[in-house]
Every structure is written in structure tokens, then in C-alpha cells.
Design a protein. Structure first.
Length: 195
């Protein structure tokens, strides 16, 4: 999807690091304060991993669900223009993958005056990452490194222990076969001292 200015190449090439994400969120907070509005944003995916678990990586965008929708949508475009980001730097495309079981936390997330920032719990984030099971490719990180970080954080010892976590959030019919294969491969690669 191209940004408003039509600069698709810039949108595809841009990477957001921890510093840029924090600056952008701070500018969203400023915009909400000027409007005298309190907003909430739940950050998913790679951006949640960067902010809460592993700040050395980058992501192409911030997957999030946010309210109030219209005020924050306008602010997102304004921040994109201020920082030279693609208009879709923050988007709500993740909403179709959200579990009916709400399990969110503000732990390890930035704190602002008018913008509450939350994320899925580590268990929920692991379930989402496993459901996606993206391998990655040229210029793409995929989900494997995030799954490893979360498994270590949660002290998961076997593919079955991870599958139990996934089933807490999603029905068996939603779990693709590639997820089990990926988990088996990950745990084969781990030595017992790594987890």
C-alpha cells in the first residue's frame, strides 16, 4: 500500500528502529494533548517486540489498534509528514488476527500523558508470532528470532508447551501446519542451555 504522497519505494525501504518509534509515539501524544483527547494504542508484532523485548531490531511498520480512531488517524498522517515516514507507518491491519481473549499489558511500554500504550502479553505475542510463522527472506526478519526470544522469556522447553500457549488464544482450526513444523525446527536448533 502506498502512502498518501504515492512514494511506494520509500514505504517499502523504510525501517523503524526503537528511537524512531518512540519519537513518533511522542508526537502522537503531543497531537492528542493539543486536541485535549486521551488516546489508547495497542501495539502488536515487531514493534511490540522492539519496545518490550529486543530493541536492536527494526520493523517496516507499527501494527496497532487505536482509539479514538479519527483523531489518531489524522495524527498518524501528521507524524508521517513530520518524520518523513510512509503514511502507513502505523496501521490497523493486524485487527483481523486479534484473539477474542484480551490479554494486554503496559509492561515495558513507553508512558505518555495523553497516549496510553499497551501490548499483548508475552504469551499472547508468542501465540500471534507462531500463528504467522513467517520465515523471512531478503530484507525480512520473519518471526523465528521473535519466537525464540519469547520462548526463552517464557521458559518454554518443548514445541508442545508452545502449542498449549497458542491454544489459549486461538482454536485448533486456526493453527496452520507450518506452525508445528517451525516449532519443531526451532526446538531442534536449541540446545537445552539456550532455553
Amino acid at each position: 500500500m502506498c502512502d498518501i504522497g504515492g512514494d511506494c519505494l520509500k514505504a517499502m525501504d523504510y525501517k523503524l528502529d526503537r528511537k524512531t518509534i518512540l519519537k513518533a509515539l511522542s508526537l502522537l501524544d503531543d497531537a492528542l494533548r493539543r486536541e485535549e483527547v486521551i488516546g489508547e494504542i495497542c501495539i502488536f508484532g515487531g514493534a511490540a517486540m522492539i519496545l518490550a523485548f529486543d530493541g536492536k531490531f527494526t520493523t517496516r511498520d507499527v501494527d496497532a489498534i487505536f482509539v479514538p480512531k479519527s483523531t489518531l488517524t489524522d495524527a498518524i498522517v501528521m507524524v508521517a509528514n513530520q518524520l518523513g515516514l510512509p503514511a502507513a507507518w502505523l496501521n490497523d491491519g493486524v485487527k483481523e488476527f486479534v484473539s477474542a481473549k484480551e490479554d494486554f499489558t503496559s509492561d515495558d511500554m513507553p508512558d505518555f500523558e495523553n497516549l496510553r500504550v499497551i501490548r499483548p502479553s508475552a504469551r499472547y505475542l508468542l501465540a500471534m508470532k507462531c500463528l504467522a510463522s513467517r520465515i523471512g527472506g531478503y530484507g525480512e526478519r520473519g518471526d523465528i528470532s521473535d519466537i525464540k526470544v519469547l520462548c526463552k522469556h517464557l521458559s518454554c522447553q518443548t514445541p508442545e508447551s508452545v502449542t498449549e500457549i497458542i491454544l489459549d488464544y486461538y482454536p485448533p482450526s486456526q493453527i496452520p501446519a507450518k506452525t508445528q513444523f517451525l516449532l519443531e525446527e526451532i526446538f531442534q536448533d536449541f540446545s537445552s542451555s539456550e532455553l
